[in-house]
Design a protein around this ligand. Structure first.
Ligand SMILES: [Fe+2]
Length: 198
């Protein structure tokens, strides 16, 4: 289950009022990228858009690190949106392992163990892969290349032993969708070339 686009947009607006920041604009662009790629790849574009819009919805609860994934999961489950709740948990993990998160741990041991088990038991589907990819194709200003986003994120969070592994996996997801689409994803995202001037 997942909400329609109007409900998702309304929730994103409410969340941005609760915790204002560029994160909500980032989410909007992630949704747009996901919608465009989904349409070309033969996936459900409406579902992809809503997944992108709400992947960081846990940030409605305030400024937080790893905790935003569990807050997003809980919020979506309380609404009955299990397909989005899943995305809230998986989007932070190009490598399907909670130990390979770049965000500081600000959740309880019980929550940590829950996410750990959830990731181990989940096989990524196309929507998990798509939102992980699109999370790295957009910042608040609009669409960007993976290279730009990787540097942006690494400057803010720092370098980890598994940083390269995360980049490689995200590039693999890009190539996975490009194989389905038959053309470079960057050609599908309007204004992406503007990102070189940021
Ligand atoms: Fe996130």
């Amino acid at each position: 289950m997942y909400p329609d686009r109007d409900t998702a947009l309304k929730e994103l607006n409410i969340a941005n009022e609760m915790n204002p920041g560029g994160w909500a604009e980032h989410c909007f662009h992630v949704g747009e990228a996901a919608k465009i790629i989904a349409r070309h790849a033969g996936l459900d574009a409406e579902k992809a858009f809503v997944c992108g819009l709400l992947h960081d919805i846990g940030r409605r609860e305030g400024v937080m690190k790893m905790r935003h994934i569990i807050e997003g999961y809980n919020f979506c489950m309380s609404k009955g949106w299990d397909e989005i709740a899943r995305i809230c948990l998986t989007h932070s993990y190009p490598i399907k392992d909670i130990r390979k998160d770049i965000a500081p741990v600000d959740i309880t041991e019980e929550q940590y163990n829950f996410v750990d088990k959830y990731l181990q038991e989940t096989e990524y589907d196309d929507y998990d892969k798509l939102i992980i990819l699109c999370d790295s194709l957009a910042v608040a200003n609009g669409f960007c290349t993976l290279n730009l986003r990787f540097v942006d994120t690494t400057r803010r969070y720092g370098v980890f032993p598994f940083t390269l592994e995360r980049w490689e996996k995200t590039i693999e997801y890009k190539e996975y969708f490009e194989e389905k689409i038959g053309q470079p994803i960057y050609k599908l995202l309007p204004g992406i070339e503007e990102s070189i001037y940021w």
